[in-house]
Design a binder for this molecule. Structure first.
Ligand SMILES: [Zn+2]
Length: 650
């Protein structure tokens, strides 16, 4: 069973799923069951549910999917169905309008997301002609309770954010306002004392959420819950009464971790992070809201969200290097805001040692944009170690912790994945995703050289449409003309230990003409390389030498990496960025990106076009892709804003 919906989603699904099972619900969300295959009842239940989730600001499918697949399907079956005419489904009609809108909080799982939020505030400050450094921020604990609104006489659930349910009875039963506060303080959360829960309630209630639910239910109070209320161990905590830290961004960012840690753990109630907000009313108004959250507020959470799942299968997948990766599959589960159904178990030694197999109960975690990770195996499953390669059926051997397919030359998965890696690393050509490459492979193509030799007719023979074939041939030609760094071209061949970072380091001390004649002794002299890496590089380079020359001869336009050893010696007095590798990304506010690049070069920096292991700084403008940031973060690159960069170079 999926066990991780947000509390708001859970509330809606629990109360409004009708006869639709949770498994069916997820199968539909995941696209495993199509609108046209659903029974009338399931279709209607799903429409109601999807509509409610949409209105709560936490939709599970896109608006288009909702309209074009599901609503259209109902329209096709019953053109005059009452649901098509209702603006508000019946389930919501029993609720009452909230005195003001209650929105969710946007979440950040890494500092770069916070930095982007700060950039937007800086921009709003600029537009309001306010001085950013003087603006006050507030940091409060993020309560993990049950959202409610107190207008002074009545208490409401958050519901869909516009309309909630009247739960004033909880106050009549003895629910008090935290900190001896008065009624009528607006939005807040119903929370249960953590120590009390562990000591008195944990035996009866699975979690504190169930206690919160019990104390607002219409039915008679459980004596334990009654005692909890009498003792003041469950309270309504208005956000305005939360203890906080206040100050300017410079102070907050200078001591971010310590401030967050302190505020996070200030209360004796469950908290799952902190909330940051800007206090200036004019800027708040300028930033406004989305349908889902206030733009002037953001929650900081860190690696705290985990979920337990029961495994359905462990599927072997052969990578381009021949290593067979175990991919674990489980029922669709929501974790840190994403619906997931797969995670990777690193290698087969881990599968073997921790007994990861069908039936195993595992705990997963996921922080923000990063792929889910297995934290712990709670109950072992039935271990299945593949005997042969899932792609070519060839023999597998153990290489350390890894299972390896040794059929390097003829394994379809290795060939197709290597081709994909090549085009992905070049980064200037679209259209060569897994499905296109499989078509090409099935047509008998085995090398990149053969792909470049294909005509439009050739692509059409493999099942590409005429327009698509024309486009793809044009892209291939363009990828030859468009200048590309020599280190990137070499990295595209995917030799082990020769990722972009190492290739860049090599080319910084050795021109392309000499790369293939490098000796182990020379390589181990380079900073960051050992004798062992030297051995692997020499072998790896030899294995691709022929293909490299053949492809290069097609006419790729390579840019030579400047040899940095001499450059450094020639440079005069050092600027703060001299000798550093800087990548600019996103749209810059203060100046043109090209001008900034020129300036950086003039100050002695090397400007990269994409993040690699040797990048020192990633300077972010606005609208920076999440993938880029997470890649940079993983490679330990320092991520700074445009403003920070300008401050640094003075
Ligand atoms: Zn294979």
């Amino acid at each position: 069973m999926p066990s991780s919906l947000s509390p708001e989603q859970q509330e809606i699904v629990d109360t409004h799923a009708g006869d639709l099972t949770l498994a069916s619900f997820f199968a539909i969300v995941e696209g495993e069951r199509q609108a046209e295959d659903l029974s009338d009842n399931d279709l209607l239940d799903f429409l109601q549910l999807a509509n409610l989730l949409y209105r709560s600001g936490e939709p599970v499918i896109s608006d288009d999917e909702y309209d074009f697949s599901f609503l259209n399907e109902l329209r096709r079956r019953y053109p005059a169905h009452p649901f098509l005419g209702t603006v508000e489904p019946e389930a919501v009609a029993k609720t009452v309008e909230l005195p003001e809108r209650m929105l969710s909080t946007d979440k950040a799982y890494n500092f770069s997301t916070i930095q982007r939020w700060i950039n937007r505030i800086e921009k709003a400050a600029h537009e309001s002609q306010k001085i950013f450094s003087e603006l006050q921020f507030r940091v409060t604990p993020k309560l993990d309770g049950f959202a409610a609104f107190d207008d002074g006489t009545r208490l409401y659930t958050r519901g869909d954010g516009r309309r909630g349910t009247d739960i004033t009875r909880a106050m009549e039963r003895g629910l008090q306002v935290a900190e001896g506060g008065l009624r009528g303080l607006g939005p807040g959360e119903i929370v249960v004392n953590r120590e009390w829960f562990t000591r008195k309630l944990a035996g009866t209630f699975e979690n504190s959420r169930n206690v919160q639910a019990a104390l607002i239910k219409e039915k008679e109070l459980d004596p334990l819950v009654e005692e909890t209320l009498c003792e003041g161990k469950a309270v309504f905590y208005p956000f305005s009464l939360l203890p906080d830290w206040r100050g300017p961004w410079a102070e907050l960012s200078a001591d971010f971790t310590a401030i967050v840690e302190r505020i996070w753990h200030l209360l004796e109630y469950n908290t799952d992070g902190v909330v940051l907000e800007i206090l200036d009313e004019e800027i708040k108004e300028r930033m406004g809201d989305t349908r889902h959250h206030h733009r002037w507020q953001i929650a900081w959470k860190q690696n705290t969200e985990t979920v337990e799942v029961r495994l359905l299968a462990v599927v072997p997948q052969t990578s381009r290097s021949g290593r067979v990766n175990p991919v674990v599959e489980f029922p669709p589960t929501r974790l840190s805001g994403a619906l997931i159904r797969r995670a990777t178990a690193h290698h087969y030694a881990m599968v073997r040692d921790l007994k990861i197999g069908p039936g195993a109960l595992i705990r997963l975690s996921r922080s923000g944009e990063v792929i889910p990770k297995i934290e712990e195996v709670l109950e072992p499953g039935e271990v299945q170690i593949p005997k042969s390669c899932p792609s070519c059926n060839g023999k597998l051997i153990w290489e350390g912790d890894w299972l390896l397919c040794t059929n390097q030359l003829h394994c379809p998965a290795q060939i197709v994945n290597s081709m994909e890696h090549f085009f992905k690393t070049l980064g200037n050509i679209d259209g060569f995703g897994p499905s296109a490459l499989h078509k090409i492979y099935n047509g008998g193509v085995r090398t990149l050289g053969e792909i470049y030799a294909l005509s439009e007719g050739g692509f059409q023979k493999f099942g590409f449409g005429p327009k698509q074939a024309e486009n793809i041939v044009a892209q291939l030609q363009r990828s030859l003309r468009e200048p590309i760094e020599d280190w990137r071209f070499l990295a595209a061949f995917g030799v082990r230990r020769m990722g972009a970072g190492n290739c860049e380091k090599l080319f910084a001390v050795c021109p392309l003409e000499d790369i293939f004649s490098l000796k182990i002794e020379q390589i181990k002299e380079i900073k960051g390389f050992s004798e062992k890496i030297g051995e692997e590089l020499v072998d790896g380079l030899a294995s691709i030498h022929r293909e490299f020359d053949q492809l290069r001869a097609l006419g790729f336009t390579l840019i030579s990496t400047p040899l940095t050893v001499e450059n450094e010696a020639e440079q005069g007095p050092a600027s703060p960025i001299s000798g550093k590798v800087i990548v600019f990304t996103g749209s810059m506010v203060q100046g043109k990106r090209d001008d900034m690049k020129k300036q950086a070069k003039a100050l002695g920096a090397r400007v990269g076009s994409s993040v690699s292991g040797s990048t020192d700084f990633l300077v972010c403008g606005e609208k920076v892709g999440a993938a880029k940031l997470s890649r940079a973060e993983q490679s330990g690159v320092q991520i700074i804003s445009e403003a920070e960069y300008l401050a640094m170079i003075g």
